[in-house]
Design a binder for this molecule. Structure first.
Ligand code: NIG
Ligand code: FE
Length: 410
């Protein structure tokens, strides 16, 4: 027996983002507690809606709550000075090899207390939430000791308790080799996968496992070791793959049925076919492409023709993508990568849910899914990937409840 208050949200245009990607003009939603009970045309509201609390949405467009499926938003300090160096011509790889890059964020994070880290990260998640993000993935990967990785993951969980956003946590201790293991990447992978992973998973801090498979990070063989351990624990895997070069990471990750492979600038036809076969989502991160002034783009045409599910995420992190706007990522995904407006919206709803293993729970407006949706101040959905730095969110409903911002207009 489902419980919770019954609400009818009427007089709306719905972008269901479901398998048929239906647009229902003059539609309605019936929610009970935190779940959608029915979606359809206003003229076909079922008798079960009798007695529901009625909300008139005044003909506005409604989409599922947005999902940011790839972020590193728990971090300390910033790397603006490195960005300034990159503007003078130094590359991301050069800075990383000289001990900066991810390792400079590791030093800052280790020095920060858990409460400081929470206080610094909270405004970033709040900024995403203000744009209608109701589900976010947050990775570890700037701690690189057991205690500091645990600190990051606890902060991620606390953020989810403080703000009206569902947080999924990903264990990314395999982000780079920490100073304690310099020159001993294999030993580090051994420790993090055989000791830290089971311990943190047992504490309920890990929903998925990720690795940065790259020349400046970890090899395909190292990724295989980590994935075998994750698989043995029943934890799904994902990979930062083919971002700066092609090491063959995607081909390995898809063998493990990875939820997603992310970045993919150096992927090609073979990777597109493997992703399609495995049902692995390609997560596109155009803000990192933009900030690193990359020129090589992910193979969108190949991904599209192979039928790969494409998601878009902010990649919010202090190095390659210091941004907290998923809508800006949509603008970049369309203009820089050539996604259509429709593909970009699916990329932050249904496809993003799939990238987190949540396809059956959220990301579409359909009966049985989470009652998370956004009411927009737009006349056409194309506005969602059109505006740059302007937020057309009107109202966010999360778990069937209207969220209130100081300037919100329910
Ligand atoms: O997704 N590629 C690796 N990880 C991040 C960058 C992290 C950093 O520079 O701090 C990314 O781009
Ligand atoms: Fe990333």
């Amino acid at each position: 027996m489902t419980t919770g208050s019954l609400k009818l949200w009427r007089n709306a245009h719905l972008a269901t983002c479901d398998a048929q990607d239906r647009r229902i003009e003059n539609g309605a939603l019936l929610t009970r507690g935190g779940t959608i009970e029915w979606v359809g045309a206003s003229s076909a509201v079922p008798p079960a809606a009798a007695g529901a609390e009625v909300h008139d949405l005044n003909g506005a467009w409604v989409t599922p709550g947005l999902i940011d499926c790839h972020t590193h938003l728990v971090f300390a300090g910033n790397r603006a000075d490195e960005y300034a160096e990159r503007l003078r011509g130094r590359s991301y790889e050069e800075i990383a090899r000289a001990g900066g890059g991810i390792l400079s964020s590791v030093r800052a994070l280790r020095a920060a207390s858990e409460d400081e880290l929470l206080a610094q990260s909270l405004p970033r998640l709040a900024a995403l939430a203000a744009e209608g993000v109701t589900t976010v993935e947050i990775k570890s990967g700037y701690g690189l000791t057991l205690a500091d990785e645990a600190k990051m993951l606890r902060v991620a969980r606390r953020l989810g308790a403080l703000l009206p956003v569902t947080v999924r946590t990903t264990f990314l201790a395999a982000h780079t080799v920490p100073p304690e293991f310099r020159g001993r990447a294999r030993d580090y992978i051994e420790v993090l996968s055989s000791q830290w992973l089971p311990e943190l998973a047992a504490e309920g801090l890990i929903d998925a496992v990720d690795i940065f498979c790259e020349r400046i990070a970890f090899s395909v063989a190292e990724a295989e070791t980590l994935f075998e351990r994750a698989q043995a624990l029943g934890i799904p895997v994902k990979m930062h793959a083919e971002q700066l070069s092609n090491l063959g990471g995607t081909l390995l990750a898809t063998r493990f049925g990875a939820l997603s492979c992310d970045h993919l600038e150096f992927a090609g036809e073979a990777e597109a076919a493997a992703l399609a076969r495995a049902g692995t989502v390609a997560v596109l991160l155009p803000v990192a492409f933009y900030c690193l002034a990359e020129t090589r783009k992910p193979p969108i045409a190949a991904l599209r023709s192979a039928g790969v599910t494409m998601a878009v995420a902010s990649d919010c992190n202090p190095g390659s993508a210091p941004g907290t706007s998923l809508l800006t990522a949509l603008s970049m995904a369309t203009r820089l990568f050539g996604l259509t407006a429709e593909e970009s919206l699916l990329g932050v709803t249904r496809a993003a849910a799939a990238a987190l293993g949540l396809a059956r729970e959220r990301g579409t407006l359909a009966a049985g899914r989470a009652a998370d949706f956004v009411v927009w101040n737009v006349t056409t959905l194309a506005e969602l990937s059109y505006w740059i730095g302007f937020n057309p969110r009107r109202t966010v409903v999360r778990a069937g409840e209207v969220l209130r911002w100081p300037n919100s207009n329910p």
